[in-house]
Write a protein that binds this ligand. Structure first.
Ligand code: NAD
Ligand code: LMR
Length: 361
């Protein structure tokens, strides 16, 4: 039908009867192809905090779980954050997101995790200037023990969890310990922010797009010992080292910049990264559930012993994902420089586990 014909056809129809009588005609092709899905329940803890404020709107708009997946948000805050959360929920409603089918706001862990299909565990204390992330170990571990128990008792058995609150790897281990009914592989920690930081630094140095950089990996802990590894990396199909041609930059500047980026942001902003952390959380869950089509991503999971990393610590590896499942990229050759760096961060994770021994009995 040509546009003039369409105009005259539409002018004969009016008001709500237009849609009702011509539903099939006006339905978009996407509506015809995809059946509406049932809403899923997504728990976000620390929902009124900095990261929460940048994260909720992106989940509700469909950027995390896809444009055809309705969501019910279950938002957990401390009683001290309740009023602020009320305001955030008003704003969420005011966006009139078509995919947002409900919002629960609560300070009860039971209510927050009841029937949850996904959880972004953000709520925790951030570090301030001069602190390392592991300085938060004992204080935040108690929060994750409580939430692990609640996930175990009230959440969907297939829940997919990403821990953002620091120290993220060890908090994920604690969460899993207190949620024995949930397969450990469903509880992950976020190193995607480090991964994205690395991609951005490399793209800037090589003067290319971030999507031109492939096979980059973060190994180990979300901490200053993490190993941002470009030894397998390709830029526009060429070996990254040959493109960059600056060994000193790779070994000294690049690795340190990624390792210290969180602290650099705290120094500059006076508060820890928030929008970039929320964005990486969206990327983490999106790529886990919707697949990477062979692209590498990094996340921290319960080690199965791959690459000699102790079983049971949450260690970051390179992954490919498909249909909600993931696989550690296998059989990568690691040179002595990489082995040393991978081992250093492994040791830090063992120390963190040892420091929380009393909570892991
Ligand atoms: P924030 O202080 O702005 O917000 C945290 C919110 O969590 C607050 O509103 C607080 O009331 C709430 N909260 C605290 N304990 C809670 C509990 N037990 N239950 C429910 N809510 C609780 O902090 P933020 O900037 O949003 O950062 C949150 C966490 O994320 C920090 O630990 C920070 O270090 C970490 N972080 C991690 C990454 C990463 O890459 N993994 C990146 C940035 C920040
Ligand atoms: C980050 O990497 O920006 C966060 O983990 C915050 C921090 O403490 O560095």
């Amino acid at each position: 039908m040509r546009s003039s014909q369409l105009k005259s056809f539409a002018s004969k129809l009016h008001g709500s009867s237009l849609l009702a009588r011509n539903k099939r005609f006006f339905a978009s092709s996407a509506d015809k192809i995809q059946r509406p899905k049932e809403p899923v329940r997504v728990t976000v803890t620390g929902a009124a905090g900095q990261i929460g404020y940048a994260l909720l709107f992106r989940i509700a708009s469909g950027q995390m779980l896809g444009p055809n997946q309705p969501v019910i948000l279950q938002l957990l805050e401390l009683p001290s954050g309740a009023k602020q959360l009320e305001g955030v929920v008003m704003e969420l409603k005011d966006c009139a997101f078509p995919l947002l089918r409900g919002v629960v706001q609560t300070d009860s862990v039971q209510k927050a995790f009841e029937g949850a299909d996904y959880a972004c565990l953000v709520g925790a204390k951030p570090r301030s200037k001069g602190m390392e992330r592991k300085d938060l170990l004992k204080e935040n571990a108690k929060v994750f023990a409580e939430q692990g128990k609640a996930i175990n008792s009230y959440a969907n058995r297939n829940i997919r969890v990403v821990v953002v609150g620091n120290p993220a790897n060890t908090n994920a281990m604690i969460t899993s310990h207190y949620a024995p009914k949930i397969p450990p592989k469903f509880i992950t920690a976020m190193t995607r922010l480090d991964h994205n930081r690395g991609l951005a630094q490399l793209a800037e140095k090589a003067n290319c797009k971030v999507t031109d950089v492939e096979r980059f990996a973060i190994w180990g802990n979300h901490s200053a010992t993490q190993y941002p590894d470009i030894s397998h990396c390709m830029i526009n199909g060429k070996v990254a080292k040959d493109v960059i041609k600056d060994e000193a930059w790779i070994k000294d500047t690049f690795i340190k910049t990624v390792q210290q980026r969180g602290a650099a942001i705290i120094n500059a902003r006076g508060a820890s990264s928030a929008a970039s952390a929320a964005s990486s959380c969206v990327d983490h869950m999106h790529d886990w559930m919707l697949g990477t089509s062979g692209k590498w991503i990094s996340m921290a999971v319960c080690s199965d012993g791959s690459y000699g990393m102790d079983k049971g610590i949450w260690y970051s590896f390179p992954f490919v994902t498909r249909n909600g499942d993931y696989m550690i990229v296998p059989n990568l050759p690691c040179d002595d420089f990489s082995k040393e760096k991978m081992d250093l961060t492994r040791k830090e994770l063992l120390e963190e586990r040892e420091a929380l021994e009393s909570l892991l009995k």
